[in-house]
Design a protein around this ligand. Structure first.
Ligand code: ADP
Length: 338
């Protein structure tokens, strides 16, 4: 049991939880700095006022305190307002017949949970669409065994195409989920030119008509990377450059050092991105509304995956684009110290 008031005071001040004490008349007699910070009160104001009077969360706290002073029963409540989430708990303060209010700021955890919920809802929606399509076509094949070979061929092709889309979606979801478990230990010194050449070869294998030039301004460019992940990011950018260009797509990968960063630029001469879409382009499930032949067959996860990969490498990504002229995606990675 602590005897020293000074020690108790120090402990209260070092807590992240806001602690406020009220006497039996409901007047505030103590607030630690966490409480003042969470409730946006300056300590002087907090002590000067005999009770909390403002609206919103403070009014809610006052109600809870009155309840505890009246009934001597503890009460808890979660306060939510836009992005703020506070756990409020009021208990009787037995020694003084007053009440103690504890406030925990859960806004960060709450917004993460909200983000996860939103992600699961979007992912389920995106999964349901191809599954429904495949199911519908498969049922048609079963229900009408005498369809012409041409119709059967058409339907089978649609099933195969939709299955591919489903596979891509599941792969992106798995990659995003694996990134959650990314470990720093996977980063090692790697030759950026080798990584970029490997990506170019992979993409040219799938799109043999595309043209991909490579430019570097330093003889050796080293980055700290998980090569497999960085491959995934660069391949995604290259594939987008091709998907959103009229064939034959003309791309360029340029690599330079601009201390304190190593830059990897992926240039295309495609259809470009409208300026109003640019701020959202890296958001999960965001797609630009396009007409054929550029209507996206993806689900809008590619660029969010690229951004998360780059961030795991302690870097960032930017985009500049002009409609009808093309786009440049630039990955900035930290230049390893010599
Ligand atoms: P998706 O897999 O649906 O293409 P992305 O996250 O990769 O999703 O891209 C999001 C949107 O950004 C796409 O709908 C597309 O319209 C646009 N976009 C991405 N890269 C390019 C590019 N190089 N040129 C033009 N538009 C692009």
């Amino acid at each position: 049991m602590l005897r020293s008031g000074a020690i108790s005071q120090e402990i209260l001040e070092s807590m992240d939880t806001g602690v406020l004490a009220f006497d039996k008349a409901g007047a505030m007699v103590f607030a630690n700095s966490a409480a003042c910070q969470i409730l946006h009160l300056s300590p002087e104001d907090a002590f000067a006022s005999s009770s909390l009077e403002t609206e919103g969360v403070v009014a809610r706290c006052q109600e809870m305190i009155r309840h505890v002073l009246r009934t001597s029963e503890p009460i808890i409540h979660t306060w939510r307002e836009s992005r703020i989430c506070l756990n409020l708990s009021v208990k009787p303060w037995k020694g003084c017949s007053g009440a103690l209010l504890f406030i925990q700021d859960k806004s960060d955890q709450d917004s993460l949970l909200e983000r996860d919920k939103q992600f699961i809802a979007n992912a389920s929606h995106e999964l349901r669409t191809p599954i429904t399509i495949i199911q519908g076509f498969a049922e048609t094949l079963c229900a009408y065994p005498k369809l012409s070979p041409r119709t059967v061929g058409d339907i089978s092709e649609k099933i195969a195409r939709t299955s591919k889309r489903l596979e891509n979606l599941v792969q992106s979801l798995l990659a995003l989920s694996n990134l959650e478990y990314f470990s720093e230990e996977k980063l090692r010194e790697a030759d950026l030119f080798e990584i970029a050449s490997h990506c170019r070869d992979l993409v040219l294998g799938a799109y043999p008509n595309a043209q991909i030039a490579m430019v570097r301004t330093a003889p050796r460019l080293v980055v700290r990377a998980d090569p497999q992940l960085l491959d995934l990011a660069i391949v995604n950018l290259l594939e987008n450059g091709i998907k959103y260009s009229l064939p034959p797509a003309k791309l360029r990968i340029a690599m330079h050092v601009r201390a304190p960063h190593v830059l990897i630029e992926v240039h295309d001469e495609g259809i470009g991105i409208p300026p109003e879409a640019l701020p959202s382009i890296f958001n999960r499930f965001y797609k630009v509304d396009r007409t054929q032949p550029f209507k996206s067959k993806g689900v809008g996860l590619g660029l969010s995956l690229v951004k998360e990969i780059v961030e795991k490498h302690h870097g960032f990504i930017t985009v500049s684009s002009e409609v009808g002229m093309g786009s440049i995606f630039t990955i900035f990675l930290p230049l390893p110290s010599p």
